[in-house]
Ligand binder design. Structure first.
Ligand code: NAP
Ligand code: MG
Length: 405
């Protein structure tokens, strides 16, 4: 079979630890034999980030802006322990944070569903994609502890010298605590656009909720901006595509999510997204089966796995021990990038290859061949389950893929 040809290169962001090991095996076994792979390679491994004072992360984000589609391996976000371990010149910021800031993107996370790994919620037969507004609110708040009686106020001093606005927060007679937080209309609007675009792109309804009955101005602002963006920019396109935008209260939406069959995008305010994304990942069965895509408002895509570098497995690997690390989310990062690149470059063979790579991966698990994390939670007949190591799993997928292409 002739290898599939690409037009535009993918931006390839290599990473750290166990996922870096899987990255190479995936390329050797599942990509290079089938695709004449064109990438612009950026090594986001911690060692090279340190050598370049993290410039490589910025360069990779700029390249993503230029080409439009990137695929990223999990990377270490340094903490004190990592600074010592890698003898770093500085405690660099999270690469994901840096890339997200440059692309002004929103992260969408979705589970990969396979038979035999059942969600805790039985009626979830389709994936629920969650999007978190990663700006402001309690994550950029200011707080004050109050230790004696006194009045606390919210004060706005206009830059143009016009009248100061003030309102009492609480008149304390005893110790307590206060908090001030903010958001920007431009950030909310850009989040609304990212979610509504992604809904159109993936032909799924978009659900959004806040607590506007209680927080009439703050959450009311989120509700109004979403509605305005929908009405003025998306309503016609949604009607034509047969999908809907739906707004309700956060408590009502939680109840509806649990009762639903899935298959929609759940747009969340920052705190709701923080909490609910972990709930969804666990309820769908495994963090190792969660994909993640960063989408910018102007339609730039960066695909990755939602999990980290699986450090514990890497240390076993370094000692020469066998690992059984799940590569599914990393494989789906590649397949997602190929499908999007193929769509943009009008290369149906590349789109088809991405789809087949996903089908071959799912078939492998549904045939009972799986890594330890899945073998531990599968509802499949134990006699039919074959627990394999990291490399055997990818080779089993290759065998299925060869039969399909
Ligand atoms: P992690 O790498 O997601 O792993 C946490 C645990 O979850 C693992 O020890 C493993 O459990 C299980 N797990 C996760 N992915 C798995 C997979 N593919 N196959 C099998 N098991 C899997 O999180 P972490 O250990 O907290 O973080 C490690 C490093 O990753 C950190 O330096 C962090 O900064 C980085 N990180 C990067 C990203 C990113 O680049 N997007 C995201 C999160 C974290 P068992 O050990 O019980 O088998
Ligand atoms: Mg969280």
């Amino acid at each position: 079979m002739a290898k599939i040809q690409m037009k535009t290169p993918l931006v390839e962001m290599d990473g750290d630890e166990m996922t870096r090991v899987l990255w190479q095996i995936i390329k050797d076994e599942l990509i290079n034999p089938f695709v004449d792979l064109k990438t612009e390679y950026y090594d986001l491994g911690l060692k090279y980030r340190d050598e370049t004072n993290d410039q490589v992360t910025i360069d990779s984000a700029e390249a993503t802006k230029k080409y439009g589609v990137a695929v990223k391996c999990a990377t270490i976000t340094p903490n004190d322990a990592r600074v010592k371990e890698y003898d770093l010149k500085a405690m660099y910021k999270s690469p994901n944070g840096t890339i997200r800031a440059i692309l002004d993107g929103t992260v969408f996370r979705a589970p990969i569903l396979v038979k035999g790994i059942e969600p805790y919620v039985k009626n979830w037969t389709k994936p629920i994609t969650i999007a978190r507004h990663a700006y402001g609110d309690v994550y950029k708040d200011v707080e004050m502890k109050i230790d004696k009686p006194g009045k606390t106020e919210l004060v706005f001093t206009p830059a143009d010298g016009s009248e100061v606005q003030r309102t009492t927060i609480f008149d304390f007679k005893e110790p307590g605590v206060i908090q001030g937080m903010h958001n920007r209309d431009a950030s909310i609007r850009s989040f609304a656009r990212a979610c509504l675009n992604y809904g159109l792109d993936t032909k799924q309804d978009v659900w959004f909720a806040s607590k506007d009955t209680i927080s009439k101005k703050y959450d009311g602002d989120f509700r109004d901006i979403f509605q305005e963006v929908y009405d003025t920019e998306y309503k016609d396109k949604y009607e034509a595509a047969g999908i809907t935008y739906f707004y309700t209260l956060i408590d009502d939406i939680v109840a509806r999510v649990i009762r639903s069959e899935g298959g929609f995008i759940w747009a969340c305010k920052n705190y709701d997204g923080d909490v609910m994304s972990d709930m969804l990942a666990t309820a769908y069965g495994s963090l190792a089966m969660m994909t993640s895509v960063l989408v910018s408002p102007d339609g730039i895509y960066e695909y990755e796995a939602a999990h980290g570098t699986v450090q514990r497995h890497y240390y076993k690997y370094l000692k020469g021990e066998t690992t059984s690390t799940n590569s599914v989310a990393t494989i789906f990062a590649w397949s997602g990038a190929f499908k999007k690149r193929g769509e943009l470059d009008e290369l149906p063979e590349l789109v088809n290859y991405g789809k087949k790579l996903e089908e071959a991966t799912i078939k492998t698990i549904e045939d009972g061949v799986m890594t330890g994390d899945l073998a531990a939670i599968t509802t499949m007949d134990p006699a039919k389950v074959k627990k394999v190591n990291s490399e055997e799993f990818i080779k089993a997928i290759r065998a299925n893929l060869e039969a399909m292409l």
